[in-house]
Write a protein that binds this ligand. Sequence first.
Ligand code: GYE
Length: 362
Amino acid sequence: MKKKLLGVLLAATMAVGMLAGCGSSSDSSSETTDDATTTEDTASTDDSASSGDLITIGFAQVGHESDWRTASTKSCQDVFSEENGYDLSFVDCDNDSAAQLEAVRSFIEQDVDYIIIDPIVSTGWDTVLTECEDAGIPVIVIDRTIEDSDKYTSWVGSNFKTEGLAAGEWLKAYAESKGISEINYLTIAGSTGASAQIGRTEGFDEIAEANGWNKLDEQDGDFTEDGGQSIMESYCKSYEGKFNVVVCQNDNEAFGAMTAMDNAGITYGLDGDVILISFDACTAGLEQVAARKISADFECNPLAAPFVEEVIKTLEEGGTPEKEVYMEEHWFALTDAMVDFSIDGEAQTMTEVTDEVIEAQY
Ligand code: GYE
């Protein structure tokens, strides 16, 4: 690859830039340091000898806030290994949008072959994507979407609104099966402005409005266990005795909410007073479904990397990849909570949580 020579010459400068950009993040700084150092090393050697025909990729990851995120990072690191023919520069942006833009710009300066972005927020992207386009570097967006620019090659991910609709339609059917006629719900949302938060809220609230449910509150738990716990602690005080459903927009928030409800003496799950809904359905989440604590869990698949690799292979062969690639997802519960429901008239199948299912999850 001709442009690689320029890339390696710029690499030493960039190593310094990247360190400055993300130096304040905890886990990320060491990962960034390692990657930047690796890139810098290649600058002192012959191009072909240093990375051979390795395809260079820069990945600007959201952060390390959840089990889902850990699985997503691992998926990329496993697929884009040196063994598989890749040289991956990984930057953990620690949920900081400015650091993420800076990481993308550092990849442009390194002149990587491809850039992968999981956008922390869905807006503010057009300028930097134009810069990628001008540099001739294809951008592959994964997971969260970009709403204010289409200057990327492909997006691989899930439909967050569908996940929210599924949770809402499930609740409607489940509540009916239990003879519960009044729904008063509290939402612990994911990071404000993330498309995962926007879509899940939109989908669930659409069903809520159609059925006259009462939304008591929605606050940002930032997709973390600590965030979920502190918001639930304040909900327990403000809405004591007034709610019968808690919607957590990821598993880690649900774990935090469980601790807060335990401490407040509130029972939840299949045998409790409060219906607890979660998203992601990572291993640890499904374990809480099996323990009857999370009433139902709506999957979001974090294993995008194999699909991204297909996009890259298509591009390497001179083809045109699909603009949008959707990954399959499942809705999980125990048999007691496996009710029939449809989304926009399409019947859904729920997956029973068994030991095997938990084992196979991420
Ligand atoms: O639900 C959450 C993570 O963007 C879909 O981000 C992802 C979300 C996921 O932190 O656990």
